[in-house]
Design a protein around this ligand. Sequence first.
Ligand SMILES: Nc1ncnc2c1ncn2[C@@H]1O[C@H](COP(=O)(O)OP(=O)(O)O)[C@@H](O)[C@H]1O
Ligand SMILES: [Mg+2]
Length: 308
Amino acid sequence: MIEVQNLSKSYSGFRAVQNLNFHVNRGEIVGFLGPNGAGKSTTMKILAGYQPPTDGQVNVAGFDVVSQSLDVRRHIGYMPENVPLYNDMRVDEFLRFRARLKNVPKAKLKERVETVKQLCSLKDVERKIIGTLSKGYRQRVGLADAMVHDPDLLILDEPTIGLDPHQIRAVRELIKDLGKKHTIILSTHILSEVEMTCNRVLIINHGRIEASDTPANLTKLVRGGGSLRLEIKAPAADAKTKLAAVPDIEEVEVTAEGEWAQLRIFSKPGADIRDNVYQLVKKEGWDLREMARERATLEEAFVELTQD
Ligand SMILES: Nc1ncnc2c1ncn2[C@@H]1O[C@H](COP(=O)(O)OP(=O)(O)O)[C@@H](O)[C@H]1O
Ligand SMILES: [Mg+2]
């Protein structure tokens, strides 16, 4: 659905995006994750055919984004970062206007506008003036606009930015639902969002792709995928030394000292060290108050992959 080869974009000499290579298959929901200024919006504008690349080849829905940008735009739905809406139009009027602009056939127009209003839960505000709507509704009008011509591919630039937690949840559910029928690429800096909605994540930083994998695999990249939290009655330094010598343990961190020591233990990738740790605790006669597995979060993967 999307083929990107050696894509670079410079703004008067400044390289916003450098030599990106990736592809998106039909039916995937791919998340673009990266800190502010990473190059997410730049890349999405190029994919949507709204600005040309400086270098490289980009093919979207079978069309070249430079020489066939109008075809690209017809086949995709693009929701830009700051959704441009006509503030003095009514929701209904705006969506019909946009559908006509996008060449939705007359016979289908009414049905398409109805469908996207339903999908985006806009029925109760269809007669309202856009300028009077709350941010959450405006965002959904933007999404309805992106979908009104029934594109296969949706490109959504920070679809939940500025929304409250209820609205975020609603938009997230909507995206998941849309993902059953559409290919979706979305950008966000909210980690839990990609974890919950995307099949694959591209982590982008300083205009480069740092990683591309499933959310689950990305978290596995980080120090074997998790750690063990241990709370024992023992001198912390002594416990640390003894634990570090246990097979398959890669690193031991003391997180609290005192009568009860708290430690965080990192294992080799894929190793289950719980038995070995328990055997040591028993042998040393340490009182044990807690032993719990902690999964690495995508947030940790993100920080580790994007720190300088
Ligand atoms: N039109 C522009 N002119 C000059 N620099 C730009 C322009 N748009 C973006 N940039 C710069 O390119 C980099 C990437 O921006 P952007 O793609 O908007 O990042 P993101 O969406 O990940 O926050 C930033 O350093 C930004 O300042
Ligand atoms: Mg952006």
